[in-house]
Design a protein around this ligand. Structure first.
Ligand code: 0A1
Ligand code: ZN
Length: 881
């Protein structure tokens, strides 16, 4: 669809579908260029709607071969067909059968939406609106049907034939070289969950017995020869199935559960009913090819897609405005799963880091939108950090507000009440309002109002009255289309520490004992008084990041250092050190811009030293404590008039100072953490490796000769990919021949493994040096790169635009010029990936004037050029708007 066609869709205009489809019988004859699709639909008018004059079916770039109604060809004057729409002009009043034949070319489908070829396989992607690229259909999530699919293909071209549901039949087609398979999915589903796969694939098989004793066959399909790399994914799948039974009481509901890994995929993975299709990055792992981060990513994406079986598939979304109904909830569920499987505080810190570096910038710029938007032009652009990650935060707040028991009851009620339906956020929240008997209407503002609330906390201690008074106030910033905001419901978990760092019992003047330690701010301003406080305590607030806010507290540096050592809430221990570090960094940036040398508070170096000394801490947690805030986080803290060079310089200088300040201890600890024995991907050993990698980063921050040697030795002595990448990443920041040699060595070792080469591309794209852009351009010409594969594009171009702030935001504007040129070219091939790259400009207005002008010029140049896809046009308009 081109930009001029894209009219905004509005939630307020929602109407139930005019026609319902009870059953869909699909016959798909797979062919690399001429795939034929025969679709038989059982159609009836929706009794909830007045019978409309015509039946309109969605299409996208479709070629219609024939259409029949109740077995008879439809005369030309009884229908209208374009590539985008099929209209049946006067459909019968009673139910009827529509038979539609279309033809498509999977090999020419570079958008990777609908049916396409990836490597040796045919596969599909139908969310959000891809089914209409396969056949004409009312392609909206509230039309749910029972599907039966007959696939045929050349036996050699596609020995494996898969679709949703259970396999009913398979066999040969006599006197041809073709074979067939019939799959039936008994669960009514929306078209976006439809999937078929055909190809030459290997299978890793296993099985799972559900809590009621049913046996489910599990299969993971991968490129030939790679089944050995799917064992971790299989293990994660079985653990997810157990967890969902135990924690949410959810059992799997088909006889088979299949996963297919493909190498060309626009996103991470897709939860098609009984047939998940995955970007192979989130399936394939071996100690030699995958890092600990890859293993953790596989575990969480496998869990996420599996959990969708209930939150998304059994209960789906009424319309795409409700996307967070399935996504926010499922992210919450996968986060909880990983917390239970690994370390809860470390997972929380990682999730908050993700939220702050992706969602917060989105929420404070031109692309800000509510978790449930009320209008969109291109739904593909709404698979955002706001809908996913902020959506998950809302669920977490709900649980904090009503308590774990009522939350579990509310979930049970939701599953009971809405099973088999396409529903809304209102219906979901009503379940929790019903079980808790609380009025959650104000809470709904979290779905409706965009922007990160700023919450100010001021404390007053009265020694005589033995009270601590908290003055809490909130402000929700203006966002596009929402100039004024109402106060939100903000649950703030908090604690008071005595001078020895112990938690004091909390008694609130009005509410009695605050046993769960949560105060709720639901007005613009509110006061809370804690009584019986015999000495001035230290306040720890927003513990566990109980609300996704920006907290502005009148807390001294001394108190932050104290919290960093003593807070019983590990999240806030980490948070305290981050906060004080950010304060220092902001001062450094000012100093650097004024031409002065930044001076770091020596207490900060000591705080890092004591984090390192504390042997009682989990390794992974210590690694988080010793990791400085990212450039994005520091940029956000400063807020305006950003000079990315100064931001980078401040961080580098602090890293060097810490590295020098703790060198002796760090080196000793670094050595003591060396892995012995075979690689295991579990949380404990991953934690050890991550602490060792963070220490390596600090020890090599000086970028001297010794640093290069240490990093190169780390690289060369590695026995697994995690250590190899830590060594390469550290060395990549140290210019010199050693670096170039190691880069060559890496390529020679892994050149046949595209997923590993992505790491090589992405590390080089992020080198913060003058010639980074030339290097990226050079790498684009290498056979390791291809503009047609989304993983390659993200690894090279995405890492440059999103992970190399000084070079993307070069003062001369050449970084911007480069990116818009790539987007211009990519837009014709794969608009979704092009639009995603364009979001690298989302914070352009916060830049200092020179860069701002250059970014604007580049964006305007893109807007003025050729025919833009609706995906790119939408992001462009909003970014410039
Ligand atoms: N529902 C998937 C995400 C997804 C969305 C769109 C896609 O194609 C454009 C693919 C996947 C999930 O949440 O995992
Ligand atoms: Zn999802």
């Amino acid at each position: 669809m081109r930009s001029e066609d894209a009219r905004p869709v509005r939630l307020a205009d929602y109407q139930p579908p005019a026609f319902l489809i009870d059953t869909v019988e699909l016959g798909i004859d797979l062919d690399r260029h001429r795939t034929r699709v025969r679709s038989v639909l059982r159609v009836r008018a929706n009794p909830e709607r007045q019978a409309p004059a015509a039946l309109e079916l969605d299409g996208d770039e479709l070629k219609l071969l024939s259409v029949k109604l109740d077995g008879r060809p439809l005369p030309a004057d009884a229908h209208e067909a374009t590539a985008q729409k099929l209209t049946i002009l006067q459909p019968p009043a009673e139910s009827f059968t529509l038979e539609i034949e279309t033809e498509l070319d999977p090999s020419a489908n570079t958008k990777l939406m609908g049916l396409y070829r990836s490597g040796s396989a045919y596969c599909t992607q139908c969310e959000a609106e891809g089914f209409r690229r396969i056949t004409y259909f009312p392609d909206r999530p509230d039309v749910m049907a029972v599907y039966t699919v007959t696939l045929t293909a050349d036996r050699d071209d596609a020995p494996v034939l898969l679709a949703n549901g259970n396999l009913q039949q398979k066999g040969e087609i006599p006197e041809t070289n073709r074979h067939f398979a019939v799959w039936h999915d008994p669960h009514p589903k929306p078209s976006y969950l439809f999937a078929v796969v055909g190809g030459n694939l290997d299978r890793l098989s296993d099985s799972f017995t559900t809590m009621s004793g049913r046996k489910v066959e599990l299969g993971i399909y991968v490129e030939p020869g790679k089944a050995g790399r799917a064992t971790y994914a299989m293990d994660a799948l079985k653990r997810s199935m157990v967890w969902d039974e135990k924690v949410f009481g959810r059992e799997y509901d088909l006889d088979v559960f299949n996963i297919v890994a493909v190498s060309d995929f626009n996103m991470g993975a897709m939860e098609n009913k009984g047939l998940n299709v995955f970007n192979d990055k989130y399936v394939l792992a071996s100690p030699e090819t995958a890092t600990d981060a890859d293993y953790a990513g596989i575990e969480s994406v496998i869990a996420h897609e599996y959990f969708h079986n209930w939150t998304g598939n059994r209960i789906t979304c009424r319309d795409w405005f409700q996307l967070c109904l399935k996504e926010g909830l499922t992210v919450f569920r996968d986060q909880e799963f990983s917390s239970d499987e690994r370390s809860r505080p470390v997972k929380r810190i990682a999730d908050v880091r993700t939220l702050r570096s992706h969602q917060f910038p989105e929420d404070s710029g031109p692309l800000a939108h509510p978790v449930r938007p009320d209008t969109y032009r291109e739904i593909n652009n709404f698979y955002t950090a706001t809908i996913y990650e902020k959506g998950a935060e809302i669920i977490r707040m709900l649980k904090t507000l009503i308590g774990a028991d009522l939350f579990a009851k509310g979930m049970d009620l939701y599953f009971d009440r809405h099973d088999g339906q396409a529903t809304t956020i209102e219906a979901f929240i009503a379940c929790f309002a019903d079980v808790s008997k609380q009025d959650l209407s104000q809470f709904m503002l979290w779905y409706a109002q965009a922007g990160t609330p700023e919450v100010q906390v001021q404390t007053r201690y009265d020694a005589e009255a033995k009270t601590l008074h908290l003055d809490v106030a909130q402000k929700v910033p203006a966002t596009p289309g929402q100039p004024t905001k109402k106060p939100m419901v903000v649950p703030l978990a908090f604690g008071l520490l005595d001078q020895d760092g112990r938690d004091l019992p909390i008694r609130l003047a009005d509410d009695g004992w605050a046993e769960n330690g949560v105060i709720v701010l639901d007005q613009e301003q509110k006061g809370f008084t804690c009584t019986g406080v015999s000495a001035r305590p230290v306040l720890s607030v927003n513990r566990g990041f109980s609300a996704p806010i920006r907290l502005i507290a009148d807390i001294t540096e001394d108190d932050l250092f104290f919290l960093a050592r003593h807070d019983s809430d590990f999240f806030n221990r980490w948070e305290a050190l981050q906060k004080v570090t950010l304060r220092e960094l902001v001062k450094s940036v000012d100093a650097i811009r004024a031409g002065e040398t930044p001076a770091t508070d020596p207490r900060l170096i000591s705080a890092f030293a004591s984090s390192l000394e504390d042997q009682s801490l989990e390794h992974a947690f210590a690694a988080q404590l010793l990791t400085l805030p990212s450039e994005v986080e520091l940029t956000l803290e400063i807020g305006r008039d950003i000079d990315p060079d100064a931001v980078h310089a401040a961080l580098l200088s602090l890293r060097q100072e810490i590295g020098a300040g703790i060198a002796a201890q760090a080196l000793e600890r670094y050595r003591s953490l060396q892995d012995s024995g075979p690689f295991v991907p579990g949380a404990a050993s991953a934690g050890r490796r991550s602490l060792r990698a963070v220490l390596l980063g600090l020890l090599t921050a000086s970028h001297g000769k010794e640093a290069a040697e240490l990093a190169a030795t780390h690289y060369r002595s590695a026995t697994n990919m995690t250590d190899r990448i830590s060594g390469l990443a550290a060395l990549s920041r140290i210019p010199g021949t050693e670096r170039e040699e190691v880069l060559k060595d890496f390529r020679a070792r892994y050149r046949n493994d595209a997923l590993v080469m992505d790491k090589w591309l992405s590390i080089q794209a992020a080198i913060p040096e003058e010639d980074a852009l030339d290097r990226v351009k050079r790498l684009m010409k290498e056979p390791d790169f291809s503009l047609s594969n989304p993983n390659r594009v993200r690894a090279l171009i995405g890492s440059f635009a999103g992970g190399n702030p000084t070079q993307f935001h070069r003062a001369d504007g050449t970084g911007y010029q480069f990116l818009v040129r790539i987007i211009d070219e990519l837009d014709a091939k794969n608009p979704q990936v092009a639009a995603r790259l364009l979001t690298a400009f989302r914070s352009w207005r916060t830049l200092e004037a020179g860069r701002r002008a250059r970014a604007e010029a580049a964006l305007k140049q893109l807007a003025g050029g050729g025919n833009r896809s609706s995906d790119v046009a939408d992001i462009l308009t909003r970014t410039l708007g």
